[in-house]
Design a protein around this ligand. Sequence first.
Ligand code: ADP
Ligand code: MG
Ligand code: MG
Length: 909
Amino acid sequence: MPNTRKFVYTFAEGNKDLKDLLGGKGANLAEMANLGLPVPPGFTITTEACRAFLATGDEPRGLRDEIAEHLRALEVRMGRRLGQADDPLLVSVRSGAAFSMPGMMDTVLNIGLSDTSVAGLAAQAGDDRFAWDSYRRLLQMFGKTVLGVDGDLFEERLEAVKRAKGATSDLDLDAADLRGLVATYKGLIAEAAGQEFPQDPRTQLDMAVRAVFASWNGDRARLYRRQERIPDDLGTAVNIVAMVFGNLGADSGTGVAFTRDPASGKPGVYGDYLANAQGEDVVAGIRNTVPLADLERLDKRSYDRLLEIMGVLEDHYRDLCDIEFTIERGTLWMLQTRVGKRTAEAAFRIAAQLAEQGLIDDDEALRRVTGSQLAQLMFPRFADDGTGAGRLRPIARGIAASPGAAVGKAVFDQATAVEWAHNGERVILVRRETNPDDLAGMVAAEGILTSRGGKTSHAAVVARGMGKTCVCGAEALHVDTTRRRFTAPDGVEVSEGDVISVDGSTGCVYLGEAPVVPSAVADYFEERTTPHDDADELIAAVHRIVSHADRRRRMRVRANADTADDAARALRFGAQGIGLLRTEHMFLGDRRKYVERLVLADTDDGRAAALDVLLPLQRQDFAEVLAAMDGLPVTIRLLDPPLHEFLPDLTDLSVRVALAEARGDEAADDAALLGAVRRLHEQNPMLGLRGVRLGLVIPGLFAMQVRAIAEATVERVRAGGMPHAEVMVPLVGDVRELQIVRDEAAAVFAAVTRETGVDVDLPVGTMIELPRAALTAGRIAEAADFFSFGTNDLTQTTWGFSRDDVEASFFTPYLDAGVFRVSPFETLDGDGVGRLVALAVGEGRATRPDISLGVCGEHGGDPESVRFFHDTGLDYVSCSPFRLPVARLEAGRAVVLADAAQRGGGDTR
Ligand code: ADP
Ligand code: MG
Ligand code: MG
């Protein structure tokens, strides 16, 4: 069969929009070449070839010939052959995937050098030292990358030669030293790899190409992809580029540059330069680089040309560009460019600046920032950001789980955290890991530090939801909660009460207090101020972009808020109502005893007595929130606790009764209670008598809550307000359950209308949080004015696992095995849970076209999930107040991203 696929492209054939095929590096090399910029000639092997290689373990048919053909053309163009003895063409073999994965995969320079051509190179350059330096670099990179020899072994040999000479820098080694090193390296390769370094140039090339293909699946690359959520099946392209030499003496060198400051976004000249060096030397830190601005002094002509090119690239890409260049004896060569990575702050600043300059429109500006970047900007941070925390040195590093900067006294249990915080102390809760019992302590603490668990551990997830700083999985720390202290690797010991600082943006932990500054961006949202002209540029940028998102978004945003205070805060963050008001907390604390009585009552009178106490308390709770959210919808969920939360602990109670009996005490109350608790004890409380089931089993409970809502509504109407309460029934699996509650509610509304003369008829709807509810949504919609997707429970019940158990025991192995790309509790599992959501949306609307559809799980504040909900056609998302700005931004981005996709690409990334 003839080969019809094309696996190799010259730079002239590519362009920047072919990233998927040519990788980012290849596509942009082509783009630069076609802009007429000085790029050394070369060609690119496609990601498709790599995918074929990874699938079969072999180069796809035809690839070898295609490479040969392109190599020949390159040789003709350069006027010399690869590895030619008297004047060798040398090339680099460079990885480059569609998404930039800096330093994660491999590159080999100086391919084509051999025992014979090294002399040719020396003669052509008139520089022996240069030729031997290039050869030893090839052996080192090839040995490590292609032949799998431990890189440290090469470094050790290099150090030994330097030491023997009393040299401090590789520049102090002369041709003879380097020649000796080449011999050493060849010996090392033969010994460690069990094969000689190949002298044939084409063999070198082919082996290097295979190694680059294979580096797609290297450990570093996989880990990086997982963290950056890059799919595992894309493969990398391979770029073959004619070598230019920065190691040809003092008038040569190599550097990196940014067209703007990637930390702040300010325009200017940023970068590093290293004279007489090649490739990786700049970032490898083997010698001290000089600031790029110094190049003006060293080589003004190249410097001016570089600045000119940077201008061309910025105008062309209309964005911050990140550049690699090399100067060979006074001639400037461009080796790479890409739209540069940047901090969250720079992302907002640059997008707004470019929109201001008219280089991009506001839709494009909105596409160029992300919800997670906005989230980062909202956390407080250490004043000395990025460089660590000032004069302090980190004592340990963990996973940067929830950004921000927290300083406080170390405490080791939640009770102490609560007590100290109550006394006005700032505390950091330090645990091996956290669980729901630690919640009060987490709320009380400035920050949370754990020695175990990953980005989706309980500590991390809860901290992010609360907007609290968290470093988790600082495994080098030995946390001893019994002795109330932890030890760090250097032997540093931190006891209860010692002050520590925790940087949730870098994962660093410091002993002592590092100065922090509150986030100006969070202040801006909280205050709802409009920045004026001279306001901080960053705030102005955020304001511009989020306001545009508000104009563009279709979905409304509501908050999950349980109290009037939460509601007021939510409003400041832009809430357009409450999507989930939980009532469980209204039954805890002092009120718990009434619930206990209610649950345990075995007569109607007993129940009625308990309900009578609860009714006015509930009415008051609801009236306060309805007042705070006047004019906006407030979705109130009827009680949905696992039953045991309201009952005494079975074991405690058993012990109490047993002890009393042993003492011969009379404990009739406890004994009766124990009987009831035994009777109601459940094996799986989360799958037990919860939600609507509890409402159906305990007569009068839901009716009391509905009445409290109705009466609160009347109270607000009489006070001249505009209350919009909605009654939400949890955990419905069948329409009949909902219908029963609905009938009961209708009777209550009618009664309250009769009693008060104020017309009350509130919407009644349900959560969709069981697969059966989603599967029968068409029926359920007959009895529902609205659906609110409870995606936390829907995720648990669809997968059939509980969140706590996943995170405690098998989250990491599941990530490693590739079952999870990301926690399904953090980002909605579109393939599974998402299909149920889409199905329910479709069937619900078919039954009741005007049905209101929202989501109230924490996914409502997750960037990727918000876009999914937009695409699925929901009317609103609801999340915790602090995450509202992110939801607003992403709801707007969902619209502009969809627009751009429809127009066919554009500048989406
Ligand atoms: P990475 O993706 O890790 O940056 P690169 O493929 O860009 O790897 O190459 C590593 C280093 O080698 C870079 O500094 C690059 O500029 C340099 N380099 C790559 N190809 C050449 C070449 N043909 N001539 C000179 N230097 C090169
Ligand atoms: Mg590079
Ligand atoms: Mg639920």
